[in-house]
Design a protein around this ligand. Structure first.
Ligand SMILES: Cc1ncc(COP(=O)(O)O)c(C=O)c1O
Length: 498
C-alpha cells in the first residue's frame, strides 16, 4: 500500500492537511474534494482563504496536475471555490448551506437494517394492543378524556408560573426530592383529607407523572414478573399495558353494575398479588363499586396478603350524590395504595398525579422513582402547589363540575329527543362520558364505524374489553365540547344510526 502523502507547504496558499490514498477505490479527485468540503464545514478553511496553485498541490500530493484541476473544477461547480479566471483559487464567502446544515434526522419508522433487535419483553411491549395516545388534533365530538380547555384558568396559571420563575431559589435548579416537591406533597395531603377523607401525612404522598407512572411504580414494587394481577374487564387499556410491560399476568375479572367481582377473582386467580380497581367510577361503565363488593375486595386482600391499587382518576366529577368513601380510608392504607391525577381536573399533558403509600414504603418508592426519572419537573409542581394552597384548584373544579353536568345533560337530552325510541342513554353520575346502549343484536363496532364516517368520534364499549362480552353500546365523551359542538355532534350521530 502506498503511504498517504501530505502537502509540505501551502505553495503560496493556506497549508492544507490533505492526504490521498492510492489504494482507496474512491477516485483521487473525489478524495481531494471530500477533504476540502469537510475542512470548510469544520471551520478549518475560512471564507476567502487562498488555496495552493494546482501544480504545487499536485506535486505535494504526488498526483497528476489534472487530478487537482478536476477536483477544483468540481468544487467550483458546487459553489465552494471562487470561479474568477486567472485569479488565485479561494474559498467563497458563503459556502453552500446544504453541506453546512446538520444531516437530516433518520426517519422515525425507518426499518432496522442489521444490528440487534428487541428483546422478548421489548417485543411484548411493542405488541401490546391499544393506540398511541397522541391527541394533538382538536377534539371532535365525542372523543373521551378531553379537558374543557375553554374553562381552564389560563390567566391564573400564567400569573403563578411567572411568580414561580421570578422567585425560583437556586437549589431548585438542581436535583430535587424523588417523592416530589414538599409544598405540593403538603397541599395534596390536605386536599385528599378534605375531598376524599384520606388521612395521610405529606411524607406518604408521592408526586407521579400521572396515574400512568403510578401503575408502573406499584407494579415494580409490589409484584414480581410472572405474578398475577386482578384487573377490570371492561377496563382501561393503558393500565393493562403498564402492568403487562412490568411482566405481570393479567386476570381479567368480570365487572357488573356492582363493580369488579372478587368472588370470580378468588376462583380465577386466587394467588394474585395485586388488584387494580376504579371503585368510585368504574372505567368505562361509570358506576360506583357496591358496599358488598368493597368489603369482599378488602377481605381478599387481607386473606391473600395482596395489594389493591385504588385508581381514583375521576374523584372530582360526581354530579349528584356524594362519593362513597375510598377503599384507602376503609382499610386505613394497610393494603390499599391510592392514586389520584390532575389530568382530569386540569389537563393531561401536564403529567402530574399523586400516589399515597404507607409510611414504611416511601423510601422504596422514592428510590424506584429516582431510577426511573429522578423526579417530576420543578416548575409544574411549584405552580400546582400554589393552585392548591391558594384555593384556585378547588374553585376551578367546582366550576368544571357545573359545566360538565350541563354538557352531560344537554347531550343526554338531545340524544333522547332524537333517538329515544331506538337507544337507551345512560348519562352516568360520576364520569365525563356517557353510554348509549344500542338495540340487542347490533354491533357496537360497526355502529361506531358508521359514526366515524359521519364525522363524530365514538368508541364502542367492546373496545374496552379483553375477554368480557358486553351488550352493544357507544362511549361518548362530552367534557371538552362546547354546547354547539354537542348539538351538532348529536345530530350527526343521529343521522349515522337513526
Ligand atoms: C381509568 C383511568 N385511570 C387513570 C387515568 C389518568 O391517567 P393519567 O393520570 O396518567 O393521565 C385515566 C385517563 O383516561 C383513566 O381512564
Amino acid at each position: 500500500m502506498t503511504a498517504p502523502r501530505r502537502p509540505r507547504r501551502g505553495g503560496g496558499g493556506v497549508l492544507l492537511e490533505l492526504t490521498v490514498d492510492h489504494e482507496n477505490p474512491e477516485p483521487l479527485h473525489l478524495q481531494i474534494c471530500d477533504q476540502i468540503r469537510q475542512a470548510v464545514a469544520a471551520g478549518r478553511l475560512d471564507a476567502g482563504a487562498r488555496l495552493p496553485a494546482t501544480r504545487t498541490l499536485a506535486e505535494q500530493l504526488g498526483v497528476a496536475r489534472s487530478t487537482v484541476i478536476h477536483a477544483f473544477t468540481l468544487l467550483r461547480e458546487e459553489g465552494y471555490l471562487s470561479a474568477r479566471m486567472g485569479a488565485p483559487t479561494r474559498i467563497v464567502n458563503q459556502p453552500p448551506d446544504a453541506f453546512l446544515a446538520p444531516p437530516p434526522a433518520a426517519p422515525v419508522h425507518a426499518p432496522r437494517v442489521g444490528g440487534p433487535g428487541l428483546s422478548v419483553r421489548g417485543r411484548m411491549i411493542h405488541a401490546e394492543g391499544g393506540r398511541l395516545m397522541v391527541t394533538e388534533r382538536p377534539a371532535r365530538p365525542f372523543r373521551i378524556a378531553t379537558p374543557a380547555v375553554d374553562q381552564f384558568p389560563m390567566a391564573v396559571w400564567e400569573r403563578l408560573c411567572s411568580r414561580v420563575v421570578r422567585t425560583m431559589p437556586a437549589p431548585m435548579m438542581s436535583y430535587g426530592d424523588p417523592a416530589g416537591l414538599r409544598p405540593l406533597r403538603e397541599a395534596v395531603a390536605a386536599y385528599v383529607a378534605v375531598s376524599r377523607g384520606i388521612g395521610c401525612s405529606a411524607d406518604q404522598v408521592m408526586i407521579t407523572a400521572g396515574t400512568q407512572q403510578a401503575f408502573t411504580l406499584v407494579a415494580d414494587l409490589t409484584t414480581d414478573p410472572g405474578d398475577q394481577v386482578w384487573v377490570e374487564d371492561p377496563g382501561y387499556y393503558a393500565m393493562r399495558g403498564a402492568l403487562r410491560a412490568a411482566g405481570l399476568g393479567l386476570a381479567h375479572l368480570p365487572v357488573d353494575r356492582e363493580g369488579l367481582d372478587p368472588v370470580a377473582g378468588r376462583r380465577l386467580a386466587p394467588d394474585a398479588r395485586l388488584a387494580v380497581v376504579t371503585p368510585s367510577s368504574q372505567m368505562p361503565l361509570g358506576l360506583q363499586m357496591s358496599e358488598r363488593r368493597r368489603e369482599e375486595l378488602l377481605a381478599w386482600a387481607r386473606d391473600a396478603g395482596a395489594w389493591i391499587l385504588e385508581d381514583d382518576y375521576s374523584a372530582e366529577f360526581r354530579y349528584g350524590s356524594r362519593p362513597a368513601p375510598t377503599l384507602y380510608a376503609a382499610d386505613q392504607g394497610r393494603h390499599v395504595l391510592y392514586a389520584g391525577t390532575f389530568s382530569k381536573s386540569l389537563f393531561p399533558s401536564m403529567r402530574l398525579g399523586y400516589l399515597v403509600v404507607p409510611p414504611d414504603l416511601v423510601d422504596a418508592f422514592s428510590r424506584a422513582r429516582q431510577y426511573a426519572d429522578f423526579h417530576p419537573p420543578f416548575l409544574e409542581q411549584a405552580v400546582m402547589a400554589l393552585m392548591l394552597s391558594e384555593g384556585y384548584f378547588e374553585r376551578h373544579v367546582r366550576k368544571l363540575r357545573a359545566v360538565y353536568r350541563e354538557r352531560r345533560n344537554l347531550l343526554a337530552d338531545r340524544l333522547r329527543s332524537r333517538l329515544g325510541g331506538l337507544v337507551r342513554v345512560e348519562p352516568l353520575e360520576a364520569a365525563r362520558h356517557l353510554l348509549v346502549w344500542l338495540p340487542p343484536g347490533w354491533s357496537d363496532v360497526d355502529t361506531a364505524a358508521r359514526c366515524t364516517a359521519a364525522g363524530v368520534e365514538v368508541l364502542p364499549l367492546s373496545a374496552f374489553t379483553v375477554r368480557a362480552t358486553v351488550p352493544p353500546a357507544l362511549v361518548l365523551g362530552y367534557s371538552g365540547l362546547r354546547d354547539i359542538e354537542i348539538i351538532e355532534g348529536a345530530d350527526l350521530l343521529t343521522m349515522a344510526i337513526g
